[in-house]
Design a binder for this molecule. Structure first.
Ligand SMILES: NC(=O)c1ccc[n+]([C@@H]2O[C@H](COP(=O)([O-])OP(=O)(O)OC[C@H]3O[C@@H](n4cnc5c(N)ncnc54)[C@H](OP(=O)(O)O)[C@@H]3O)[C@@H](O)[C@H]2O)c1
Length: 308
């Protein structure tokens, strides 16, 4: 990945995020974006992706869509690839699909979506077709069974699509600790390329069993709700970033939260959602420079717990 901090600064010139990135030390200047490989294939992409649950669910007006278009444009220009959506995120999948086609980047991005229905096999197949159409694509990169709903039925559909070359990777998701027991069974018994799960400084339960299990089984991990749906910023609001965070090239609380996650060895990609171009640039900055080591991660937990 060719993008460097210098290049990011050029792209973000004139925005508040450029100031944030310019605070990163010069030694980070020419480092590449942090890349991670899909365990089942070795394919690499940048470890910072983009979510879309609420942020992309807007109406048809140009005014509402303009910042989202800019978020996608910047994400692509900075080398970002992994975009996560679902047919049940209001208008998100269709809005993003229209914008990526307007920008001509629909085939450059890694299109991750979901089957998200309790309506049976045919309803899942219909969703899969609608997802392909809304992005103007012949292939979904990753299709996931959303919240493990009717997991066996929809895994069969996604696997068949994989055999037919219409889906490249198979996954499952949850964001609820009450779903973790079922998730453990699924991870132990099913052949999967990816699991998507909630994990953040505010919700660390996934690290107890599911993250190491996924790592052992060679399953890639997509981390959702990395900001605990924005709540983490409420905890650190008004607080200065400690000086020791410079040891891992951290310039903002957003990067603090994301680098904590990215430093877990099981994690393949983290998908913060934003509808704000400056936040997008800030989040992409988490993919630059060093990551905290194990001792520093514990220090980050202690700091966060002391503020929460
Ligand atoms: N079961 C599932 O499959 C499942 C469940 C949950 C989520 N997901 C996926 O994971 C994605 C991420 O989770 P999420 O959207 O629930 O929550 P999240 O990414 O933890 O938090 C999003 C919130 O953080 C704010 N934010 C983002 N970057 C920021 C920054 N640099 N500084 C300050 N605020 C910032 C956003 O507001 P702004 O727009 O103002 O930036 C938004 O309110 C979802 O969008 C979805 O794609 C999947």
């Amino acid at each position: 990945m060719k993008i460097s901090r210098r290049e990011m600064l050029r792209i973000s010139a004139g925005t508040g995020a450029a100031l944030l990135l310019s605070e990163l030390p010069a030694c980070v200047r020419d480092q590449p974006l942090l890349m991670r490989a899909v365990p089942s294939s070795g394919e690499e992409f940048p470890a910072v992706g983009l979510g879309s649950a609420r942020t992309f669910s807007v109406g048809p007006s140009a005014e509402e869509r303009a910042p989202l278009r800019e978020v996608l444009r910047l994400f692509h220009e900075m080398g970002g690839r992994f975009f996560d959506t679902a047919p049940t995120y209001g208008t998100s999948e269709g809005v993003a699909g229209q914008l990526v086609q307007e920008l001509g980047i629909q085939d450059d991005l890694f299109f991750a979506t979901k089957i998200s229905t309790g309506g049976g096999r045919q309803a899942g197949i219909d969703q899969q077709e609608a997802s392909l159409q809304s992005w103007g694509r012949d292939t979904i990169d990753l299709n996931q069974v959303h919240n493990l709903r009717d997991v066996e039925v929809h895994l069969r559909t996604i696997r068949q699509a994989k055999e037919e070359g219409r889906t490249r990777y198979v996954g499952v998701t949850t964001s609820f600790t009450r779903g973790y027991e079922q998730m453990e069974r699924v991870l132990r018994t099913e052949e999967l390329d990816f699991v998507q799960i909630n994990y953040s400084l505010g919700e660390r339960e996934a690290a107890e069993l599911l993250l190491p299990l996924a790592q052992d089984r060679g399953i890639g991990v997509v981390v959702n709700e990395p900001y605990n749906v924005g709540r983490l910023f409420g905890v650190t609001s008004g607080q200065e970033l400690p000086e020791w965070t410079a040891e891992f090239d951290c310039a903002s609380w957003g990067q603090f939260f994301l680098k904590y996650i990215l430093a877990h060895p099981a994690v393949t990609v983290v998908i913060p959602a934003t509808g704000d171009p400056e936040h997008l640039i800030d989040n992409m900055g988490a993919g630059l420079g060093r990551l905290p080591d194990e001792r520093t991660r514990t220090r980050m937990e202690d700091l966060f717990d002391g503020l929460a």
